[in-house]
Design a protein around this ligand. Structure first.
Ligand code: FES
Length: 206
């Protein structure tokens, strides 16, 4: 697998690695695609909402460690509002690119940072718990990466229909029968959606 020098540098000597004692916010997320995990810990100034310290622990691959390292660098010293603008694509660009099959590792790291910030906002009355709707499903599908090109299935317009009724999530995906990533994508959609307590069943049509 071809990694950029920057990915290798961050993998070999990751920045901001470890755990914060008594963090103001923390989140741990696992990747449905590979089963790996990452935790992110934040110290946030109560008035300015500036991220004063940030650390991460990764139980993932080189791409995940490198993304954890770069996004913690990117988030350090920013306000939580600014840090929310960090995207997995931006992180991958900062690393001079990631292999297409490794983009989901970057999604996992950035998603964990966003979850930690969201938790902080909810706990401190800065945001409210969002109601679960069809849009929640669409947002989640933006984290499902088609490994063939390293882009999400919503951006690639592979998702033709999304429905949510009586606890059943319906997702229609257009993907050729001969496509070797077909089962993989379906499995990942399922794993992403099944974690929501509001969803009782996931129906995928390919
Ligand atoms: Fe699991 Fe990269 S995080 S393969």
């Amino acid at each position: 697998m071809q990694y950029s020098q920057k990915v290798l540098d961050h993998f070999m000597k990751p920045h901001n690695i470890g755990k914060l004692e008594d963090p103001d916010a923390a989140a741990t997320e696992g990747s449905p695609a590979c089963g790996d995990q990452i935790s992110i810990f934040l110290k946030i100034h109560p008035e300015t909402h500036i991220i004063e310290d940030i650390k991460f622990q990764s139980y993932g691959c080189a791409s995940n460690i490198a993304t954890g390292s770069i996004i913690t660098d990117m988030a350090m010293g920013k306000t939580i509002e600014e840090a929310k603008d960090i995207t997995w694509k931006g992180a991958a660009e900062e690393l001079d690119g990631l292999p297409a099959v490794k983009m989901h590792c970057s999604v996992l790291a950035v998603d964990t940072l966003k979850k930690a910030i969201k938790k902080y906002e909810i706990e401190h009355g800065l945001a409210e718990e969002e109601a679960f709707t069809k849009d929640t499903i669409i947002e989640e599908l933006k984290k499902v990466i088609y490994p063939g090109v390293g882009e999400d299935i919503i951006t690639l317009k592979m998702v033709k229909y999304v429905g949510f009724e009586n606890g059943v999530a319906i997702v229609d995906v257009e993907i050729p029968k001969f496509d070797t990533h077909r089962d993989n994508v379906a499995e990942e959609i399922k794993e992403h959606l099944e974690v929501f307590k509001e969803i009782k069943e996931v129906k995928i049509t390919l």
